[in-house]
Design a protein around this ligand. Structure first.
Ligand code: SF4
Length: 417
């Protein structure tokens, strides 16, 4: 099989992994001759199915000894298989970089022979790029749960980011669909990476010259909608990962149906808006001080698909509104729908000089249509009647649109499928 054919198989197989976005590192490596992450850093864009187009995103191989039911690469799947050699990946990365197609490499793999062997191969690719080719571009390596700590350390030495996929939101989900994956092995790998990151940071702060270790931190991916587990459990798992393993990001990836799938798996993907709501809720947990349990207002444990989680929280806690922007603490200002964290800081600065009016908020471009019912200024106090109104939620629902009778008609016009 030639390298082009391998590329088409192994780049396609990698598209199911959404955990490759990153902020990149701030500077390029000392002594690099090739590749830079300086200046604007690495800019990522995504195709609609989650592929990150500025990294060469491939698998070392889609052979795998495991049989995770949600995965197209599982051992029992009848998919076409291929495997790159270490040298082939190195060559492809350099060639793509030189043609300006990519800014770095995202490399994952099915598990071959055993976790240690697979991890060693992944680390060898990164080492060869860094040492033999002085490649300074971005490298994200998928870490294999169960691999030895020495190999994780070696991988972190050459990669900018490491990730270990949690895969499914709860141990029970994993037990049902991927019994060979052991939750403790996954969290142990994350812990090992975290400990080295902490060590690296504290040694640097103490003024020691230390070898780099995954400066862009670690991330993970969770598949959503493969099981019936509701958003509340998903967010609790994510919150635990942020608090205990100090992950930079949790990526949520809507389950995509695969050929000849197990009967327990759904026949279709969950609505993409669910993934979007989870990202919004995740953002609120990380930057707005919301707890995972607070964010889910629906009785079935899922986020509302109609309105965003912050607005849903406000509607479920109307007794706390309107919030007076001239007096409230930062934590409360952050809970006002339509006002973002940056505007909260601007409001805090502004109100030191004068009392805030509606015109000030509008100048700050807050989303006034969402904010008006929840905020109090010296010239605006939404009537309690308005906050108590039964139909308030309906005002925020997206307007209904006429659907096309024939979807393909629009596709034919705009070329999008
Ligand atoms: S270990 Fe990874 S590649 Fe292998 S079947 Fe499971 S999810 Fe797929």
């Amino acid at each position: 099989m030639d390298i082009q054919e391998k590329l088409s198989i192994l780049a396609d197989a990698a598209k199911y992994d959404a955990s490759c976005a990153s902020s990149g590192s701030k500077g390029t490596r000392a002594g690099s001759r090739l590749g830079s992450t300086e200046g604007m850093g690495i800019c990522h864009s995504y195709t609609p199915d989650g592929r990150c187009v500025s990294l060469l995103k491939i698998l070392l191989t889609n052979y795998c000894i495991y049989d995770c039911q949600y995965c197209v690469n599982r051992v029992t799947s009848e998919t076409r298989r291929a495997r790159f050699t270490v040298d082939e990946i190195v060559r492809l990365t350099i060639e793509f970089y030189q043609r300006n197609y990519i800014e770095g490499l995202f490399l994952s793999s099915g598990i071959i022979q055993n976790p240690d062997y697979t991890m060693e191969q992944l680390a060898l690719v990164a080492k060869s790029l860094r040492v033999e080719h002085q490649f300074g571009g971005y490298i994200h390596l998928k870490s294999i749960p169960g691999a030895s700590e020495n190999l994780l350390e070696e991988a972190g030495r050459w990669a900018d980011r490491l990730s270990v996929n949690i895969e499914l939101p709860t141990p029970a989900d994993l037990q049902a669909l991927a019994p060979e994956k052991k939750p403790p092995e996954i969290t142990d790998a994350m812990d090992a990476i975290k400990q080295r990151l902490d060590q690296y940071q504290s040694d640097r702060q103490a003024g020691f010259k230390v070898a780099r270790f995954a400066p862009a931190g670690q991330s993970t991916q969770m598949i959503v909608g493969a099981t019936a587990t509701p958003d509340l459990e998903i967010l609790k798992t994510a919150s635990g990962l942020y608090n205990q393993q100090k992950l930079r990001r949790v990526y949520y990836s809507a389950y995509s149906p695969i050929p000849h799938a197990d009967a327990r798996l759904p026949g279709m993907s969950p609505p993409l808006v669910r993934e979007h709501r989870l990202y919004q809720a995740d953002w609120l947990m990380r930057f707005y001080g919301f707890g995972s349990s607070e964010l889910v207002a629906e009785s079935d444990g899922n986020l509302s698909l109609e309105i965003d989680p912050k607005l849903a929280w406000a509607l479920a806690h109307r007794e706390m509104f309107p919030i007076d922007v001239n007096r409230a603490e930062r934590e409360m200002l952050l809970r006002i729908p339509g006002i973002g964290a940056r505007n909260v800081d601007r409001i805090l600065r502004l109100r030191r000089h004068h009392a805030i009016r509606v015109s000030d908020l509008k100048k700050l471009r807050v989303a006034w249509n969402r904010t008006a019912s929840f905020v109090q200024t010296i010239d605006h106090n939404p009537a309690l009647k308005q906050l108590d109104a039964q139909g308030l939620k309906d005002r925020f629902k997206p307007r209904e649109k006429q659907l096309l009778l024939f979807d393909t008609g629009q596709s034919a016009l705009d070329g999008e499928f």
